[in-house]
Every structure is written in structure tokens, then in C-alpha cells.
Design a protein around this ligand. Structure first.
Ligand SMILES: *[C@@H]1O[C@H](CO)[C@@H](O)[C@H](O)[C@H]1NC(C)=O
Ligand SMILES: *[C@@H]1O[C@H](CO)[C@@H](O)[C@H](O)[C@H]1NC(C)=O
Ligand SMILES: *[C@@H]1O[C@H](CO)[C@@H](O)[C@H](O)[C@H]1NC(C)=O
Ligand SMILES: *[C@@H]1O[C@H](CO)[C@@H](O)[C@H](O)[C@H]1NC(C)=O
Ligand SMILES: *[C@@H]1O[C@H](CO)[C@@H](O)[C@H](O)[C@H]1NC(C)=O
Ligand SMILES: *[C@@H]1O[C@H](CO)[C@@H](O)[C@H](O)[C@H]1NC(C)=O
Length: 604
């Protein structure tokens, strides 16, 4: 690890006046008592939404459904999660696909909050809340939870929901949450995921409809291709084990700093032939905007009263028995109080209602785990400061007999990082560049044959953060890139399957703070440009997602309350697989949806 810390100037010792500039806090409260340009008083509650892919089941009547929770989250700060009994529908309901529906409403003044849903410690959904208005808002999140079938098909489990909220004289918003599960028969539900409601009305749309496991489906190759394109959960795991904490604290581990390691000891079945670790991650407190944190020396030298520092690189690390086996630089999800809250109404930012999860294929490491002994799985955050909420689910696929496995070789080094920090008083430039190449090879001898899995991965991270005009102008340009290749070969060296995953998360933010017209106020000009690009290329299949958001606007703030402002948000969502395309373009100006178009045609 190479650390370059160029400190251009040390300040005289007695220049020790703590500066609490409002711009050191990019988390704001959209004051609900102020009338914004788009708001009429006494209007009906408004629906908020995240632009995303509709589910293939959305226009289908479920075979059955179970309402598990109707609960109002008032003052819940510091309390354990709300728990209820979970029991799946009776055996008479035949299902093989399941969807979790999370419905929320809120009214009054309130910050955005983080929430999680677990069944017996296995996390099913990580979501954040929108900031309400006086007239009230509501939204719903639907997530395909078929991958957790082995859990949600069991009776008498405990479903837990954590949503820490504070209600007092000032913050009046109570979040009312209803959760239900919808179960669908595979006879009616269709794959791939890009099939959307209303498609029959779209003439230009001519993709093949097929159902999973349907006996009348004559085209097995087609099914194989589709299933392949849903990697790694093409078939739900036979067992999902929680890598999570205690119920009282909401199961997620609250990671406080870079030295904080949370380990879970477990012994896995000798029958395991495939293993995938699914990470749930969110960042809060001084690390909510980790990508905009300057170096420690900048904060110390300028005597700033903020904990938001320690540079702008973070990575979640996964270890087995203390050895690094995988890592993830998470997609920077901006919650609804972030940068400029006026951007996020009624359309929220990418991933805010259904936070992305990250898969680490541990199949090459089964040789380390399959010895009838306990092993420790560790989670930590490189360079992290307070605080991160992290847990994981270990998905295991089981053979009918014991299998043998050997981890042939692996090399997962820590990130090679170069940092540059240059500043004079409050102006400066902070650069971080990191790169890592890792590989792991292992074979598993099961009833499917003796198959070798080879994973190679390359991660690149680049961040440039500039502070100008005495620190009142902040500009970020960040790139996260990851390329993963998975190759499966048989004993004869013949290729059985291959997959390439390319991930790109570019992010540009600028925030310019100027003195406001009124005393104690400031005017902030804000901009966000971000993309979530995830591409999967199988041998015979591919799945490509590009979700972009482009936001600009200004706001007048006092402390961290937004008094007035104006904001634009444009989002382009494009999804394509070999069966067709889905795209949606949404334009929002000052909280009004001025454009919302959906297309089912692929661009040539
Ligand atoms: C939630 O409310 C709905 C509508 O009143 C009701 O049908 C359902 O049974 C309730 N669920 C629970 C778990 O109380
Ligand atoms: C939740 O269920 C209750 C009935 O128990 C209903 O009154 C309320 O409108 C529902 N809320 C949401 C957000 O769906
Ligand atoms: C679930 O719990 C209920 C109440 O304790 C019990 O009557 C029922 O037999 C249990 N079901 C199973 C499948 O364990
Ligand atoms: C794989 O398993 C089969 C059946 O148990 C056995 O015959 C074969 O020798 C095993 N191969 C290796 C490399 O262990
Ligand atoms: C890909 O297609 C080829 C030719 O149709 C076929 O032989 C092969 O088995 C397919 N591979 C996968 C992984 O489905
Ligand atoms: C955003 O930028 C566009 C193009 O520069 C401009 O026309 C628009 O007024 C800006 N919107 C806001 C809210 O500042």
C-alpha cells in the first residue's frame, strides 16, 4: 500500500476556530411546513416511486397471498425490531415464485430512515424511506424473493422489521408500513424479467413467452438460456444461512470503523456443491456520503467540527478464517435527504427503495469449507468510519449425497491504493486510485461430475474530489468498475458454462454554497450525475442494465432545513436481454412528473 500525502501548508496553531459550515453536512430535511412551488395545501397524498424494472408477475393474480404486518413506526429509536410470526400459505396453494410487497405511508415532518426486513435473520429487503410532506406521501416496493424459497416455505418463523424513527414535537412523521407476500404458480408467471404489464397492448413487442419448469414447454434450450441469464439464483438455493447479528439490534452488524470485524462461525453441509454470499450494505452517519469525504489531515488542519473524513475510498471485505476471499465497493445510493432533497420527490434516487445487493461466488472456496468443521465468515469495511449496516446471506445448493471439493489456488490481494491530498486552507484536491486483480480456482466433485470453477475479477476505483472557493464549492468525479469472469469446465477440460459480469458505477456531484439573501441562510446549487450499469454475458444469453440519473437544482437552506428551491431530475432506465427490451424515461421538474415514457422496443 502506497500512501502519498502531500500537505502543502500547516496552519498556525492559534488559528483554532472550529468552522461549522453548513456545507459540511450534505444531509437535509425538506421542511414540510414550507410551501414549495409544486404544492397545494390540502392536496391528496402523493405517490413516490423508484424507477425500476416491473416484475414478470406484476399483472398476474397471485395464487395466494399472506399479509404479515401492518405496523406504525412512531418513536422506535433504540428499540428492537418489530417481530411477527411468519407462516407460508397452506399446501393447497401451489407456488414457486414469491414477491415481497412493502407498502408505506407517512405524513408530516420527518427525516429519511433506513429499514430492513428479515426472516429468521436472513435479510429479504433493505430499503430507505422518503421524506414526507404535510399532505402525506405513500409508495410501495415489490421485490422478487423467489431466491429465498427455502426459507419462506417454512412455517413458524419470525419476521422482523427494523425502522428506527424519532417522533417528537418537531418531527411528526410516523411511518405506516404494511408487508405482505404474494405467491405465484410457475404455470402463469413468465420469464424473463423484462416482460412487463401491458405488453399485450404493445404491438411492437414480439418476444417469446415461456414459463419456468412448465411441462408443456417444449423448448428446453430456451428455458436453459433464461435460467442461465438469472445467475446466480437461476435455481433458488436449497438452504440460506444468515451471516447476521442479534435480533435486538436488528440483525445487521453496525460496523463502526475499519478495525471492526464481525465474524460468524458456521459449519456447512458436506452436500454443498455451490455457494454464493449475498451482501446487504448501507452507509450512514459520518459515512453516509463516504465518496465526498476529504482526508483526515484536511479536517484536522482546518479544525473542522465534522467527523466526515478519512478519504473517499471504502470497500466491504469478506473473509473466510481471516483470509480475504472477496470484496465489494458498493453502489453509492443517495437517500432522500441527500445532496438536495428536492431532487427526490416524487421519484427517488437509484436504489433508494430497494438497495442493491452484491453476490460473491464462493464455489471455488468450497474446498476450504467442506471439512465437517466450523469456519468463520468475517465482514469488515476497509477505511470505514461510523457507521455501516452490513449483513449477508449464504446461499447453499445441495446435492443428494456428500461431495468432495478442493480449492486449487486463490489469490485475493487487498486493493493497491494511491492517495493524493493537496490543500491550502479550505481549498484542495483529494485523489484516490485503487486497483485489484483476484482469482480463485476450485473443483467440486458431485453427482453433476467433477467440475472446476474458475473466477477472475478485476476492480478499479478512481475518485477525484475538489474543494474550491474556501471550501464552498465541492466537486466529485468517481468511477467504480468491476469485471468478473466465471468459467466452469469438466474433468476433460471442456467448457460447461461461462459468464462475464461488468459493473460500472460512475458518479459526479457538485455542490456550490453561497450566502443567502436572508440572514443565516445560504443558497446551494447542486448537481448529481450517476449511473448504475450492470451487464451479464453468458454463453448464450445476456442481460444488460443501464440506469442513469441527471439532477440539477438550487435550494435555500437554513442549518440543514430546506426553505425553498427548484430541482430537475431526469432518469433513463434501459434493460435488455436476448428476449427484448424495456426502457423508461422519467422527467421531474419541481416535484411534478413532466414526462414518463415506457418503451418495449430495442434501439438498433
Ligand atoms: C392488514 O390490514 C389488512 C386490511 O385491513 C387486513 O386484511 C390484514 O389482515 C392485516 N394484516 C395483519 C397482519 O394484521
Ligand atoms: C395498511 O393497512 C391498513 C389496514 O390495516 C390500511 O388502512 C392502510 O391504508 C394500509 N397502508 C398502506 C400503506 O398500504
Ligand atoms: C406452528 O405453531 C403453531 C402454534 O404454536 C402450532 O400449532 C403448529 O403446529 C406449528 N406448525 C408447525 C408446522 O410447526
Ligand atoms: C469424483 O467422484 C467419483 C464418484 O464418487 C469418483 O469415482 C472420482 O474418483 C472422483 N474424482 C475425484 C477427482 O475425486
Ligand atoms: C449454448 O448454445 C450451444 C449451441 O446451441 C449449446 O450447445 C450449449 O450447450 C449452450 N450453452 C449453455 C450454457 O446453455
Ligand atoms: C438545470 O439545468 C438546465 C440546463 O442547464 C436548466 O435549463 C434548468 O433551469 C436547470 N434547472 C434547475 C432547477 O436549476
Amino acid at each position: 500500500m502506497k500512501i502519498l500525502d502531500l500537505l502543502l501548508l500547516f496552519l498556525p496553531l492559534f488559528f483554532a476556530i472550529p468552522i461549522q459550515s453548513s456545507s459540511s453536512q450534505p444531509h437535509f430535511l425538506r421542511s414540510s411546513t414550507k410551501t414549495f412551488s409544486n404544492q397545494r395545501s390540502g392536496a391528496a397524498p402523493q405517490q413516490y416511486f423508484e424507477v425500476t424494472h416491473p416484475l414478470p408477475t406484476d399483472d398476474i393474480t397471485p395464487a395466494c397471498s399472506v399479509s404479515v404486518l401492518n405496523h406504525s413506526f412512531g418513536y422506535t429509536y433504540g428499540s428492537p425490531p418489530v417481530t411477527v410470526n411468519y407462516t407460508p400459505p397452506p399446501a393447497t396453494c401451489e407456488w414457486s415464485l414469491a414477491v415481497l410487497e412493502f407498502r408505506a405511508e407517512c405524513k408530516g415532518e420527518q427525516y429519511d430512515r433506513i429499514a430492513g426486513v428479515w426472516i429468521d435473520g436472513v435479510e429479504l429487503l433493505r430499503t430507505s424511506t422518503a421524506q414526507p410532506t404535510e399532505d402525506g406521501i405513500f409508495w410501495s416496493v415489490r421485490k422478487d424473493v423467489t431466491r429465498y424459497s427455502s426459507i419462506i416455505s417454512q412455517p413458524n418463523l419470525t419476521l422482523a422489521v427494523m425502522l428506527e424513527n424519532i417522533v417528537n414535537d418537531e418531527f411528526t412523521g410516523v411511518y405506516h408500513i404494511n408487508i405482505s407476500f404474494l405467491y405465484y404458480s410457475d404455470k402463469v408467471a413468465r420469464v424473463p424479467l423484462s416482460i412487463v404489464p401491458g405488453e399485450s397492448r404493445a404491438n411492437s413487442f414480439n418476444r417469446k413467452l415461456i414459463s419456468i419448469n412448465s411441462p408443456e414447454n417444449e423448448n428446453n434450450l430456451e428455458v436453459g438460456r433464461v435460467l442461465n441469464s438469472l445467475y446466480p439464483y437461476n435455481k433458488p438455493a436449497d438452504l440460506v444461512l444468515p451471516i447476521s447479528g442479534a435480533l435486538d439490534e436488528g440483525f445487521w452488524f453496525r460496523i463502526q470503523d475499519e478495525f471492526h470485524i464481525e465474524t460468524t462461525n458456521l459449519q456447512i453441509s458436506q452436500k454443498t456443491y455451490k455457494a454464493v454470499l449475498e451482501l446487504y450494505v448501507s452507509f450512514h452517519g459520518d459515512d453516509e456520503f463516504w465518496y465526498m469525504n476529504p482526508s483526515d489531515s484536511y479536517v484536522e488542519t482546518n479544525h473542522l467540527a465534522t467527523g466526515r473524513a478519512h478519504g473517499a475510498y471504502r470497500e466491504v471485505l469478506v473473509t473466510i478464517d481471516g483470509q480475504l476471499v472477496g470484496s465489494v465497493i458498493p453502489f453509492p445510493v443517495i437517500f432522500t435527504g441527500g445532496i438536495n432533497p428536492l431532487f427526490w420527490e416524487p421519484v427517488v434516487s437509484i436504489g433508494a427503495f430497494d438497495l442493491p445487493t452484491y453476490d460473491i461466488d464462493l464455489t471455488p472456496f468450497l474446498g476450504l469449507l467442506l471439512d465437517n468443521k466450523k469456519h468463520s465468515i468475517g465482514l469488515q469495511v476497509a477505511d470505514g468510519i461510523s457507521f455501516w449496516l452490513i449483513d449477508a446471506n449464504l446461499h447453499l445448493w445441495l446435492d443428494h449425497t456428500d461431495v468432495n471439493a478442493e480449492t486449487v489456488k486463490y489469490k485475493v490481494p487487498s486493493m493497491q491504493i494511491q492517495r493524493k491530498s493537496e490543500f491550502v486552507l479550505l481549498d484542495g484536491e483529494f485523489e484516490v486510485e485503487g486497483e485489484r486483480s483476484s482469482q480463485a480456482t476450485g473443483w467440486v466433485n458431485s453427482s453433476f461430475g467433477n467440475l472446476k470453477t474458475q473466477c477472475t475479477e478485476k476492480t478499479k476505483f478512481k475518485s477525484k474530489l475538489k474543494f474550491k472557493s474556501e471550501g464552498t464549492k465541492k466537486e466529485l468525479d468517481q468511477q467504480i468498475k468491476r469485471k468478473t469472469k466465471i468459467k466452469i469446465t469438466n474433468e476433460m477440460g471442456q467448457l460447461i458454462g461461462s459468464l462475464e459480469v461488468k459493473i460500472d458505477y460512475p458518479l459526479k456531484i457538485s455542490m456550490d454554497t453561497q450566502p443567502g439573501v436572508d440572514e443565516d441562510t445560504s443558497l446551494m446549487i447542486t448537481k448529481v450525475e450517476q449511473e448504475r450499469s450492470e451487464r451479464f454475458y453468458g454463453e448464450n444469453s445476456s442481460r444488460v442494465l443501464s440506469h442513469k440519473q441527471n439532477c440539477n437544482g438550487s435550494m435555500v437552506v437554513m442549518g440543514n432545513s430546506v426553505l425553498s428551491g427548484s430541482a430537475d431530475n431526469h432518469q433513463n432506465y434501459n434493460y435488455q436481454d436476448e428476449f427484448g427490451c424495456y426502457s423508461r424515461n422519467v422527467g421531474v421538474v419541481d416535484g411534478d412528473v413532466v414526462g414518463d415514457q415506457t418503451f418495449f422496443t430495442c434501439e438498433a
